[in-house]
Write a protein that binds this ligand. Sequence first.
Ligand SMILES: *[C@@H]1O[C@H](CO)[C@@H](O)[C@H](O)[C@H]1NC(C)=O
Ligand SMILES: *[C@@H]1O[C@H](CO)[C@@H](O)[C@H](O)[C@H]1NC(C)=O
Length: 175
Amino acid sequence: MAYSYCALAVALLHVLTAACQTPAFNVTAISAKDNASRLQCWQLDAKPELSRAAVNFDLGEFDKSFVGIIPPQTTGGTLSNAQAVQYSLVMAGQVHVTTPYSGLPDELNEVWVEGGRYGFLIAADTVDVASHGHITEFPSHERTVIAQFPVKGNKAPEHSVLHEGPCVMADFEGW
Ligand SMILES: *[C@@H]1O[C@H](CO)[C@@H](O)[C@H](O)[C@H]1NC(C)=O
Ligand SMILES: *[C@@H]1O[C@H](CO)[C@@H](O)[C@H](O)[C@H]1NC(C)=O
């Protein structure tokens, strides 16, 4: 009995420690400013919550989510906008986004997103806020698979801007 209480306490401590050490959730956003799309690294206001032996971040509610399968080497993209504010989870393949009209230095206008662990994006550059949109290409030799979760109410999640340009590895160290 004593042993199992201890085991439970240790397990609980483990999760609590993880929560205390868990930094906030950062995500690359295709955002907009001055009527043009731009890349930003957002830190969501969502607080880490402990349950089911995990640290969880509330992503809110979605509307008509779907998954898209894009053929290999789909390049030659044209300027476009997010249809709605949505989370995009790149599960496989590769996505290359550029924002040529942001007014920011060139090195902040491009992101390569590989499917998998770092495949989380938010698209929020709807045409009403970004007359000049972004260009997306899917250069992988394999299909790109993206699960899309439009945010209910078409409203960006509460966040702060960590910096202009996409998130970099330092922004994903706890991910
Ligand atoms: C954005 O630019 C477009 C085209 O130049 C223009 O029609 C529109 O009024 C602009 N929107 C804002 C909010 O400035
Ligand atoms: C979010 O970004 C900050 C600043 O770069 C970093 O310290 C933190 O570890 C990042 N969070 C995660 C979960 O990687």
